[in-house]
Design a protein. Structure first.
Length: 137
């Protein structure tokens, strides 16, 4: 059974509010790795009281609570991912799309933990040209 945004936030220790539920639901249902501005633009018509500041603060809180991933794969904008399972990301340098890439658990993180390090975050990024943009090259 699919977890609701309300239940997911509660499980992550985040007090659910209308705005937080809307932002989390957007991230859980849109696998596009949106920016804060993209989320705000998508939700502002349906939630007139929503502000950009609320979206930014909500995303910051969600990232702190490990409810979302904050991606710095783009030099200009932070993108967000509602999928917190271990995976890598690929960013196309032509079209800017960000794709999820399946990976196995990183042996580097495990070896660091075995040496006494406490790994809090590990992100693997690839950059290049996606298959759509690479056609005909």
């Amino acid at each position: 059974m699919k977890t609701s945004a309300h239940q997911y936030l509660s499980e992550k220790g985040v007090k659910p509010s209308v705005q937080r539920i809307a932002v989390m639901d957007y991230l859980l249902t849109h696998k596009t790795h949106p920016t804060a501005d993209e989320i705000y633009n998508a939700l502002s018509d349906s939630i007139p009281t929503l502000s950009k500041t609320t979206v930014y603060n909500t995303l910051k809180l969600l990232a702190q609570q490990n409810a979302v991933l904050s991606l710095d794969i783009d030099e200009k904008n932070t993108h967000y991912d509602g999928d917190t399972s271990p995976h890598a990301h690929f960013r196309c340098t032509e079209c800017g799309m960000i794709y999820d890439v399946s990976i196995n658990e990183s042996p580097d993180a495990t070896s660091l933990q075995n040496k006494g390090f406490k790994v809090l975050d590990a992100q693997i990024y690839y950059k290049g040209i996606c298959p759509k943009c690479n056609r005909g090259n």
